[in-house]
Design a protein around this ligand. Structure first.
Ligand code: AHR
Length: 486
């Protein structure tokens, strides 16, 4: 029996709702196939966006959606995506999948999508192939109040008199790689230049509250953090986040993995904590911890190509099993437990790509087990994280991933049983606080950890909800995830 101590009232901080954010790039089947079916489509849609997806997504309260990339962002010209007669361009990813960008979805459509799902937009600006002035113009177009600037009037002419509420802007994407192949020092200086211009237009629009994020490190490569942070510490007027990426990669086949490969992937995913701590140490060493939080704006599993239902037609589309759900549960628990450091996170990506919540093609549409994790964890958004201690938790293969939070007098404890072999009995303990005798237990589990949903069997993996007594031990099934609410 494992004991999970809930160390009330010791709070670790507030869990920013934005930790439960998403990412939608113009890549493979994310927009064209997944989200966007077109206004004239026979597939039920709301102004061109797949209705089923909009409704399911809205139900899990997505706080933020990142767009338009990813690598795509660094060759994207926002002017291509407004008004009539939009040009067709090579997409950043055209060399991989021979798709061209039609620009059917541009700024106005993306903002409408955010409104439909109830999320705030997070725009990743192109600093590799557009000039700082052009990015300034994009911000002016989005943010300037009605009837003020020429670009605000153009926005009005295009159907949106009021400014778009874009509270988060990223300046560049992966500028250590696809985004210009820059050295950290070069990027750090570029960021300083770009952020001054951004600040100027934000202030002019009366939007001092906007957060600007700089490109952060790739996985375990801390040389980027070491190279950039002193330059920002020396003089940086505005930097709110260090946008790092970590894909925990693959371990065997997407679906037919071995038990050892389950352990391997869980181990890789669990290293997110080390990455957070090491980056945070560098940020703190430069006394930037109060200004510059961590923004993990791409994370997830990256399995071998061609394992999604479109069988390779959609770039990086992959099936998603209970193993992916466990990676999501474990990663979100890590973010909750480090909510003093993590400002935002965006799982990559929303639909038909990498660690997705949805798979869709023509009239077919399903949610993946990872969707259910975001559903079970909803209550953590904006809650106070409380410290948890798990006794007898020393080997990864037999351990639990746990986080807990309280909000409005309610507690939510989320537990992933990382063992692929054994159910685990768990009792909740407190240091003197009485637990109520009634609660709800929501369980996401399957007999086989390789279980996944398909277009033919869309409910192979779903959530079961039961009453439970928090004062009595519960069983967390092997490779299963529970959310305890009381
Ligand atoms: O998410 C797919 C790609 O992975 C993104 O475009 C890029 O930022 C990362 O390398």
């Amino acid at each position: 029996m494992k004991k999970v101590y809930l160390v009330y009232p010791k709070t670790l901080g507030t869990i920013a709702p934005e930790i439960y954010g998403h990412f939608s790039e113009h890549i493979g089947g994310v927009f064209y196939d997944g989200l966007w079916v077109g206004k004239d489509s026979e597939i039920p849609n709301i102004n061109g966006f797949r209705k089923d997806l909009v409704e399911k997504l809205r139900a899990i309260h997505p706080p933020v959606l990142r767009w338009p990339g990813g690598c795509f962002a660094e060759t994207y010209d926002w002017r291509d995506g407004i008004g009539e007669n939009r040009p067709v361009r090579p997409n950043w990813w055209t060399e991989n999948d021979h798709r061209y960008e039609t620009n059917e979805v541009g700024t106005h459509e993306f903002m409408e999508l955010c409104e439909l799902i109830g999320a705030k937009p997070y725009v990743a600006a192109n600093i590799t192939s557009l000039t700082p002035q052009e990015i300034r113009n994009w911000m002016d177009y989005c943010l300037s109040p009605r009837g003020t600037t020429t670009l605000a009037l153009e926005r009005e002419k295009n159907g949106h008199p009021e400014p778009f509420d874009v509270p988060y802007w990223g300046l560049g994407n992966e500028n250590w790689g696809g985004g210009g192949n820059m050295r950290p020092e070069t990027y750090a200086d570029e960021y300083r230049r770009m952020s001054m211009l951004a600040r100027n237009v934000m202030n002019g629009a009366g939007r001092r509250d906007i957060e600007l994020y700089a490109c952060g490190s790739n996985g375990f490569d801390y040389s980027w953090t070491h190279g950039t942070m002193p330059i920002w510490a020396e003089s940086s007027k505005i930097i709110n986040g260090f946008a790092m990426h970590y894909y925990c990669g693959k371990a065997g086949d997407t679906v037919n993995f071995t038990d050892a490969e389950w352990d391997q992937l869980i181990y890789q995913a669990n290293r997110m904590e080390e990455i957070i701590l090491r980056n945070w140490n560098i940020i703190s060493a430069h006394n930037m911890q109060d200004k510059c939080k961590l923004v993990v704006d791409e994370w997830g599993c990256w399995h071998p190509e061609g394992t999604g239902p479109s069988k390779g037609y959609n770039l990086f589309e992959q099936q998603s099993t209970m193993r992916d759900a466990m990676v999501a549960a474990l990663t979100l628990n890590i973010f909750n437990n480090h909510c003093d450091k993590v400002r935002m996170a965006n799982v990559a990506q929303l639909v038909n790509n990498l660690h997705c919540l949805f798979l869709a093609g023509e009239e077919n549409f399903i949610v993946t087990p990872t969707y259910h994790v975001f559903d079970l964890y909803q209550g953590h958004q904006g809650a106070n994280a409380i410290e948890t201690i798990v006794t007898d938790n020393d080997t990864l293969a037999e351990s639990l991933s746990v986080s807990a939070s309280t909000k409005d007098g309610k507690t939510l404890v989320t537990i992933g049983n990382l063992s692929v072999h054994n159910d685990v009995e768990v009792s909740l303990e407190t240091l003197g606080v009485a637990l109520p005798a009634n609660g709800k237990i929501k369980t996401l589990a399957a007999d086989d950890p390789r279980a996944h949903n398909t277009f033919d069997n869309p409910e192979a993996v779903t959530v079961k909800v039961c009453d439970f007594d928090p004062t009595k031990p519960i069983t967390v099934p092997k490779a299963g995830i529970v959310a305890l609410e009381f």
